[in-house]
Design a protein around this ligand. Structure first.
Ligand SMILES: Cc1cc2nc3c(=O)[nH]c(=O)nc-3n(C[C@H](O)[C@H](O)[C@H](O)COP(=O)(O)OP(=O)(O)OC[C@H]3O[C@@H](n4cnc5c(N)ncnc54)[C@H](O)[C@@H]3O)c2cc1C
Length: 388
């Protein structure tokens, strides 16, 4: 049996009860579906309900209400959440705009930042987004052009951030901006910016493949940001932002695997119910083989992620392995979703059907948080480096 702690198993039960007893009934009552976007008010309700049950802040440090779980435990809980039938599963722990976004910053934040930004995020009173990407800087994140020029007790911020998850419903952004153009990664700083400040405009005029309006652009025009909003030291921003990249990549894998599990569950159920040529399609060898392959691939991906998470918990440095997991899981989970659509026939092509939605969600993961090509670059660099 997987070496998941008793605490994580018990929390998983609480989370499952929350999803079954509160979240899914709430979605039904509010008409939230796979084919529509939830409103800001609906999302806030979900965050608050989750916070009331001490679930929302699970990933924070223990002194802030966190559960002090290791990565293997967290993967176990995250996979379970994504595998549930909830549409708004990403909001149970605040993946887009809540505690997971800021957990690692608590140790760098000043008391002012703690009170004004981090604790309100932890308590689901405010939402936050992570703003790195720009129109001209995607995979090449170090080429960002947003500038923060120091002027006495504030920075003047100018630039445009693109494709920022949570921007349409966030109150705060963590913004990466160049403070010293001559220093490359060491010239990028990280600032808390209130999204209702003068000089900030948030637009959300595109709809990602997920069909949910969760992303937007943020324009800064001579926006004055107090120097006390700088996180850590000047020039430390890029390192701070990337400091949890290994852990975050593995946590994303758990979400992908949960979605793949959900697709597989739907496929098996459909195959056992749907009848053609006088028998269940589950009795056809073509369908059986697809289901066998899906299970095999899911098992391989889960084994890889669990092993990597356990080694991470034991203190190993696993940057390349995290990229291997992200690459393999995103490609494998998508293949599983694709077969699930195939097994559903026409029903799986109809907008709003769970597997049609999972297929679209999982397609996005091959690009988000570092494309498959960028993961391959990281892996190749590590394995071809003789000093490794
Ligand atoms: C829905 C959505 C949500 C997002 N959320 C956020 C967010 O919250 N915060 C944030 O900061 N960003 C966010 N992003 C941005 C996301 O991280 C980028 O889209 C992603 O990193 C890829 O960058 P790009 O779109 O500019 O593609 P590009 O970097 O332009 O890449 C285009 C193609 O070129 C390939 N390529 C580029 N460079 C290389 C290379 N060196 N070697 C091999 N191939 C290469 C890529 O793999 C890809 O196939 C989001 C994007 C979307 C669509």
């Amino acid at each position: 049996m997987l070496n998941v702690s008793e605490k994580a198993r018990s929390l998983a039960q609480d989370v499952q009860a929350f999803i079954d007893d509160q979240l899914i009934p709430f979605e039904r009552a509010q008409g939230v579906s796979f084919a529509s976007s939830a409103s800001k008010a609906q999302l806030r309700t979900v965050w608050k309900l989750s916070a009331e049950r001490n679930i929302y802040s699970m990933m924070l440090p223990e002194n802030l209400g966190g559960a002090a779980l290791g990565l293997l435990d967290l993967c176990f809980v995250k996979e379970l959440i994504a595998a549930s039938d909830a549409v708004l599963f990403s909001h149970v722990l605040g993946d887009f705009s809540g505690p997971p976004r800021v957990g690692h910053l608590f140790k760098y934040a000043s008391d002012y930042q703690l009170d004004r930004y981090l604790l309100p995020v932890a308590h689901a009173d405010k939402a936050i987004c992570f703003a790195l990407t720009e129109p001209g800087a995607g995979s090449d994140a170090l080429s960002i052009q947003t500038r923060a020029e120091r002027e006495s007790d504030h920075y003047v911020l100018n630039g445009r951030k693109r494709f920022i998850t949570g921007a349409p419903f966030a109150d705060i952004a963590m913004v990466f901006a160049v403070t010293d153009a001559d220093r490359g990664a060491d010239g990028i700083s990280l600032l808390f910016v209130d999204l209702d400040a003068p000089g900030v405009t948030v637009t959300s005029d595109y709809l990602p493949m997920s069909g949910q309006r969760t992303d937007g652009d943020i324009q800064f025009e001579n926006c004055r940001v107090p120097t006390e909003n700088l996180i850590g030291e000047p020039g430390q921003g890029f390192k701070l932002g990337m400091s949890r990249i290994t852990m975050n990549r593995i946590l994303h894998c758990a979400t992908m695997l949960g979605l793949a599990r959900r697709a597989l569950r739907h496929a098996s159920k459909f195959a056992l119910e749907r009848r053609q040529f006088g028998r269940r399609i589950a009795d056809l060898q073509a369908i059986q083989h697809m289901i066998a392959d899906m299970h095999t691939e899911l098992f391989a991906a889960q084994s890889m992620v669990n092993m990597t998470a356990a080694r991470f918990d034991a203190g190993e440095e696993l940057r390349a392995e995290a990229s291997m997991c992200k690459l393999f899981c995103s490609e494998t989970a998508f293949k599983i979703a694709d077969r699930s659509v195939q097994i559903h026939g026409g029903a799986g092509l109809i907008q709003g059907h769970p597997v049609e939605w999972i297929f679209r969600m999982l397609r996005m993961f091959r690009i988000l948080t570092g494309t498959s090509e960028i993961q391959r670059n990281t892996i190749a660099k590590a394995v071809l480096n003789p000093s490794r």
